[in-house]
Design a protein around this ligand. Structure first.
Ligand code: NAD
Length: 425
């Protein structure tokens, strides 16, 4: 079992010890936990496309539906050479917990294809997306399972998949996929939603934790990963006058103790260049990704891939608080260590739930056929995610537990209560 899946399952087991007090019928509770530990359905298959020169290429694909007691399965599709069934299961499980903690009416799912998309032509990528949509078509739909983009997938890929699905169905069904381009029913504000949601949580966290500096410019932030999530987190935080001192991509990190010009760095990345090609300005220097994680900043934001804070580097973490904008960036061992050391870790299922929350708004807009302004999307996001944070913060303070344990406690309780109401246990 891979580290991420075992971390996800350990979190559920650990939370069950805390939750058990709330349920009189221990046998029924134990059965409910067993259900939450396993996915409801695993869809798995080999998909083939005809590549350049007529050569057949075959890829392993997955869609894992974890739990739908609170609503349709919801979760992204990842195209990556290191995707595995365990990883997809871990991410699907985290999606159930995330939707529950965010207070949106969905269960969790996740999809993936083992592929390095940078090695495919645009035509091959399109054909791969179509083949994948055909594989999962019987299982998806607005009230069944609603996929979305994740690492290396985007609005264009959702559009190809939507077209494939609607052709099979014989009718329009835009609420089947979220993360679509605006032209096909996407929501305003979705592109920046995950970063924006993270910053709303940061604001709510700082208001509740006065021990940290109160002037925004005194709060320093280091961000690992400068893609969709990392860039918008940095940009919005900077607009609010927080000092973003470091960002990185897979090529390198860039540091400036006085704060970086996030907009220009974003434009540079958008032009297709890696950060290592950035012409350094006065006060800036290159740092490695490991150095970035160890900076003595107020807020450390892992926003790249999983397992970046581990037993290898946990003792060197000097940030006051960690915002997990990536999914699963902290291993269980590191998480326990950081709690003992008094470093708050705002867990992924809360910190990055802005993306799925605005996906939910997209689905609501598609189902009603009425489209919101960006101001309305952001207002509703702020309300939803701030409430999610405050619900957790209350448990943290009352039970003296970590934000992760409190988030897991709330989310698993909501899932179990829904399963019990349905009579599944
Ligand atoms: P992305 O592909 O746009 O960006 C990923 C960034 O991470 C890139 O800058 C890349 O260079 C960098 N990176 C990759 N490997 C790295 C490494 N080893 N060290 C340092 N940097 C590295 O992806 P994204 O959409 O920004 O997603 C990032 C994370 O956030 C993922 O864990 C994803 O599951 C999670 N997430 C994304 C969303 C969303 O709405 N996009 C929502 C919730 C969670």
């Amino acid at each position: 079992m891979n580290a991420m899946l075992s971390a996800a399952l350990n979190q559920i087991k650990d939370t069950s010890l805390l939750l058990s007090e709330d349920y009189e019928d221990k046998k029924r509770f134990k059965k409910a936990i067993e259900i939450v530990l396993a996915p409801q359905r695993v869809i798995k298959g080999k998909i083939s496309i005809t590549g350049k020169g007529g050569k057949k290429k075959t890829f392993q694909a997955f869609r894992i539906e974890h739990n739908d007691a609170r609503g349709p399965f919801k979760g992204g599709i990842r195209f990556h050479q290191n995707v595995s069934q365990d990883e997809v299961q871990a991410l699907a499980t985290l999606m159930s917990l995330k939707c529950s903690v965010a207070g949106i009416p969905y269960g969790g799912g996740k999809g993936g294809i083992i592929v390095d998309p940078s090695k495919l032509t645009q035509e091959e990528l399109k054909n791969l997306s179509i083949a994948y949509a055909k594989l999962i078509a019987p299982y998806i739909g607005p009230w069944k399972d609603v996929p979305a983009p994740d690492v290396n997938t985007d609005g264009q890929i959702m559009s190809w998949m939507l077209e494939t699905y609607e052709k099979k169905l014989g009718m329009q069904a835009p609420a089947t996929f979220t993360g679509k381009p605006l032209e096909l029913g996407g929501s305003l504000g979705r592109t920046e939603a995950t970063g924006q949601g993270g910053v709303y949580v940061l604001e709510a966290y700082l208001k509740r934790n006065q021990k940290l500096e109160t002037r925004n410019s005194k709060i320093t932030i280091a961000i690992q990963g400068f893609g969709n999530v990392g860039y918008y987190f940095a940009k919005i935080a900077k607009e609010l006058r927080y000092t973003v001192v470091a960002v990185s991509d897979s090529s390198t990190g860039i540091y400036n103790s006085k704060g970086l010009d996030v907009e220009s760095l974003g434009k540079f990345k958008e032009s297709g260049s890696a950060l290592k090609a950035w012409p350094l300005k006065q006060g800036e220097k290159l740092i490695t990704n490991s150095e970035l994680l160890e900076l003595p900043v107020t807020v450390l934001v892992p926003a790249a891939l999983e397992n970046s804070i581990t037993s290898e580097n946990m003792e060197k973490i000097s940030a006051k608080v960690i915002f997990e904008m990536a999914n699963g960036p902290t291993t269980s061992e590191a998480d326990n260590y950081l709690f003992e050391k008094g470093i708050d870790v705002i867990p992924d299922i809360l910190a990055n739930s802005g993306g799925v929350t605005v996906s939910y708004f997209e689905w609501v807009q598609n189902l009603s056929g009425y489209y919101w302004t960006k101001e309305r999307v952001n207002d509703e996001l702020k309300q939803t995610i701030t409430k999610a944070f405050l619900d957790i913060d209350k448990i943290v303070k009352a039970k003296h537990i970590s934000y992760r344990r409190a988030a897991n406690y709330i989310s698993i309780k909501r899932i179990i209560d829904a399963m019990m109401l349905r009579g599944r246990v």
